[in-house]
Ligand binder design. Structure first.
Ligand code: MSP
Length: 526
């Protein structure tokens, strides 16, 4: 199956902060997950580089906008590299392929009779890059950016958004409609439906006086409105104009991911543009919540911005990914703080996952010279253990194996539902369960009293951790590989997730663990 997943393209007016990282990591986890289940994945991210906001930032930096955005785009690439983001495409809206696609796309809207010339008067917020209605203003200011919007009166081109109201309502509400698309979570879908039911006004899609943008194909004297330009990235990046085969392969997108701030553009404007251009609608649009830092909105003015590099320095890339997605449910707002992330790092990663690996590798070395025992033969009837003891052992083994299978099922369910915090809880839960298995089977006692049972226990532990390293990989790519390498079973040794990788009993014979454990997640001082 093809799987095309996108993040928003972020404004190239400043370096990325962890808000941008949040969406991008979530998309990366899904992309990695879909690759492991065997899908043909295209994961797209990039930068939004035109418009008044970027032109202003460049001016303030004393640079021409192209040089300025070249620099910011590099900062994005570097940040995503540090976070092990595995995107297949990085689109910049100043690239020739994107500019060409915008021209072709807009010409199609024009030819469909959906573009007309008119006069726009209103208030424009450069921070938001959109017009605000009077009732959105608070004491005359944009409530998000705390500054007055710019009065604006120009002759512009308009897109007949109003024409698509009924088609969008049908598409959103009727799964059998040829233009069916989904908006999630349900509260967001209701919001979108509410707006659709109230009615849509046509929108201005060009600027007469702003030069930092893509000229309209039917009137090069005007530039394309930055949001219209930006939305087209989702098709330009997969070859809408210059690579029809790739375009056919991946369009329509399976998932557009973003926060709720920009849902209107994705759930209403973009689908209407696609209908007008004669293209299929994305299958699913998901708007997650916002996070705050220590209870406050992250903002430059408050000085509480956390940069991805700071997180990576403190926790490492893998743990940063895991921690950001564990703090609160994806669809809601929530707070993140370095304190709670540090506490979770120590509890989930240093203690549970890290310690489990450490003690397992140490025990296999100490008791079995590094060779993972083969699963013990069924205990002979006449061994000197009582039947009750044997049943008790079987129950513990069954329970561990059941927990591993449950974690696998939960991972599939949670990632299908975009419940990243539940998916990370499944990782941690399995590590906790395996640590409990160590405590209740007490291998250090078995080493003296029952070698056969010791072999079974250690084998079960390594097998559980092999599955754990597979399951954790979308979140903790390097740590999982390191875990698998210390266990002596490379990831994927039993195929991908649709094959045997997650099934119990795949541990290769004659597996040898590393000669000594290396800490995966060194404990942090609080
Ligand atoms: N350039 C537009 C998007 C165009 S897409 C065709 C834009 N850029 S942005 O840089 O402002 O990025 C907004 C997105 O960044 C949000 O939708 C969300 O994905 C992410 N986030 C930014 N701050 C965030 C939080 N504090 N919390 C959660 N997500 C955050 O809008």
């Amino acid at each position: 199956m093809h799987y095309f997943i996108t993040t928003p393209i972020y404004y190239a007016n400043d370096a990325p902060h962890i808000g941008h990282a949040y969406t991008t990591i979530a998309a990366d986890v899904l992309a990695r997950y879909h690759r492991r289940v065997g899908d043909d994945v295209f994961f797209l991210t990039g930068t939004d580089e035109h418009g008044a906001k970027i032109a202003e930032a460049a001016r303030q930096a004393g640079m021409d906008p192209q040089t300025f955005t070249d620099r910011i785009a590099e900062e994005y690439r570097a940040a995503w590299g540090r976070l092990e983001i595995s995107h297949d495409g990085f689109i910049r809206t100043t690239s020739p392929r994107h500019k060409d696609a915008v021209g072709v796309f807009l010409q199609r809207l024009y030819d469909a009779g959906d573009v007309y010339r008119g006069r726009y008067e209103g208030f424009y917020c450069v921070g938001c890059e959109r017009f605000l209605t009077e009732d959105e203003l608070v004491s005359g200011l944009c409530p998000l950016h705390n500054r007055p919007p710019v009065p604006y009166a120009e002759d512009n081109y308009f897109f007949r958004l109003s024409r698509y109201q009924d088609a969008l309502i049908r598409g959103l509400t009727n799964p059998a409609d040829p233009n069916h698309y989904e908006v999630d979570p349900p509260a967001r879908r209701n919001e979108v439906l509410g707006k659709l039911n109230v009615g849509l006004s046509d929108i201005s899609i060009s600027r007469a006086t702003l030069t930092w943008g893509i000229p309209l194909p039917f009137d090069p004297g005007q530039t394309t409105y930055v949001w219209v330009d930006a939305l087209i990235n989702y098709v330009s990046a997969i070859g809408y104009v210059d690579d029809p085969a790739t375009f056919q392969r991946y369009w329509p997108a399976n998932l557009h991911l973003m926060a709720k701030d920009i849902l209107w553009f994705h759930a209403i404007v973009w689908p209407a543009m696609l209908l007008s251009a004669g293209l299929a609608l994305p299958r699913r649009i998901y708007a997650h919540g916002f996070f705050t830092i220590g209870g406050q909105k992250m903002s430059k003015t408050l000085g509480n911005i956390i940069l991805p590099a700071e997180l990576v320095e403190r926790f490492g890339a893998d743990a940063s990914r895991y921690l950001l997605l564990s703090e609160f449910p994806f669809g809601t707002d929530g707070d993140v703080s370095l304190e709670s992330m540090t506490a979770r790092y120590n509890a989930d990663l240093a203690n549970d996952v890290g310690n489990l690996l450490n003690r397992t590798v140490a025990m296999v070395n100490r008791y079995c010279q590094g060779a993972v025992p083969e699963p013990g033969p069924a205990a002979p009837k006449d061994d000197d253990r009582k039947d009750d003891d044997r049943k008790d052992d079987d129950r513990k083994d069954e329970d561990l194996r059941g927990s591993a299978q449950q974690a696998v099922a939960e991972m599939h369910r949670a990632l299908g539902a975009l419940e990243f915090h539940a998916a990370t809880a499944a990782i941690r839960g399995l590590a906790t369960r395996a640590n409990k298995y160590v405590d209740e089977t007490a291998p250090w006692v078995l080493a003296r009293s029952d070698r056969a049972r010791l072999g079974t226990v250690l084998h079960n532990l390594v097998e559980t951790e092999r599955i754990l390293s597979e399951l954790a990989w979308p979140f903790l790519p390097s740590a999982s590989e390191e875990m698998a390498s210390q266990l002596g079973v490379p990831l994927g040794v039993a195929g991908d997730w649709s094959g045997g990788a997650l099934a119990w009993g795949q541990l290769p014979v004659r597996t040898r663990v590393a000669a000594s454990p290396r800490p995966l997640f060194p404990k942090l001082l609080t």
